[in-house]
Design a protein around this ligand. Sequence first.
Ligand code: GLC
Length: 547
Amino acid sequence: MHWWQTGIIYQIYPRSFQDSSNANGIADGVGDLNGIIRRLDYLQSLHIGAIWISPIFPSPMHDFGYDVADYCDIHPLFGTLTDFDRLLAEAHARGLRVILDLVPNHTSEEHAWFVESRSSRDNPKRDYYIWRDPAPGDGPPETRLPNNWQTHFGGVAWTYDAPTGQFYMHQFHRSQPELNYRHPEVLPAMLDNMRFWLDRGVDGFRVDVIWLMLKDAELRDEPPNPDAAPDARPFDRIQHIYTGDVAGIHDIIRQMRAVLDEYDERMMVGEIYLPLERLMTYYGNGDECHMPFNFQLIGLPWDARVIGDYIRAYEGALPPGGWPNWVLGNHDQHRIATRVGPAQARVAQMLLLTLRGTPTCYYGDEIGMEDVAIPFEQCMDPAALQQPETYEIWGRDPERTPMQWDASPNAGFTTPEATPWLPLAADYATRNVAAQENDPASLLSLYRALAALRRAEPALNRGAIEVIDLGIEGVLAYRRTAEGGDGFLVVLNFGEEMHELNLHQALGGQATELVLSTELIPSRVVTEGIMAMNGNEGVILRLRQWG
Ligand code: GLC
């Protein structure tokens, strides 16, 4: 087994994790690398295996780092390469792996390649990006779009560059021009950027929008989406068959994987939003992504039956040797505690940390951080700013607010004098790490207990999974088993009703013992396989000598 299979991945959104003071003792309200170093002991105490840090590279920050101006340096806001090397060494010394965010689909408009590319039509780097003439017609050139493509942030996917009289293509912000992977020099250059970090000792990459890296060679119009709601935004009214999952993408990913394989024990996890069958193709024959992110828990209704069916479908669809993974949230999605409510947030963590496969946790979910409602005037995210009518749906600031460390002014995220770059949650004085560390019944205590159990028990960190029908509406159950060890039965109550579980019948007389409840009350008795379960409760039961 590899580290990325047995360990939990913890995502740090670096702007919001921990601000440290600069050399003059001044904090700027934006998190940084020295801040992360300060919190490594905390991270280690979560029994995680790796941290993934969202982009920390030089960037004008129009998309908060996902617009990279230089792939091989650190943004001064976050620190220096020396700070990074120290972070890497200190993390490794604590047994934590470090995963960086690679953003190969697009650069910032400030990247040297794009500066050259846009300088003239015959610049040697012109075709590093996707440039097109205005469509034929009479109107002003900037209105004659090359095709009907749209951006994820609202608005058309083409920006007109008056000095050279052509449009460049971008599926995100106009400051994020997309690289042209049909140009023979682009991929080798990006592979060198990977090597730069791998040589420094980075353990792997989370690869941003990896399925979008190749576009239709003819840039054809995307067809209408017959399933779109009448009020859907233009982006959702077309099917993205020419901007994503385009034939040829797998060759690119294989070459990226080959670079990782030049080193020992490195990995990449691909950001891919696609239906199950398409998602699975990104494992390749064990020669593409080590894992394509499985985001379905984010999109599916929070329903025991639906999720049980999906676990079966996902497990059934994995290619031979393909290692599963699960995600409850990230910097692009509303917080899990907001989506399912505080009571189910505990059940959700038990689900994530007991499913088969690598869990990815979003910072702050271990203390149940919720979305922070941010008025439009205070929004920072381009996805909000460009869609003012629907910013509450698409805006991503609410899930990116500063980590709540303690009850002091600014929650220990930054100094009391500084202004955090996004507002803190109103409840930070009560919902914070310090308060939960001292509370044996807190979500943080539950998280640690779950993570420790997962690490200690082979059945939970690598064993097989089997979804079991207990015949109770609103209750999801599955068994985890490994050869030569105890097995476990996980039972999750997605509803508020109490239930009497008859496990004797369901398990054919296995001896059981309650190991952990989301309520953290260990004293429940399981007699003859009969156990009472509270509403919104999840339990883990040990099955002695299973099999
Ligand atoms: C990915 C990132 C998102 C970013 C976009 C463009 O989806 O997760 O935050 O805005 O790519 O890079």
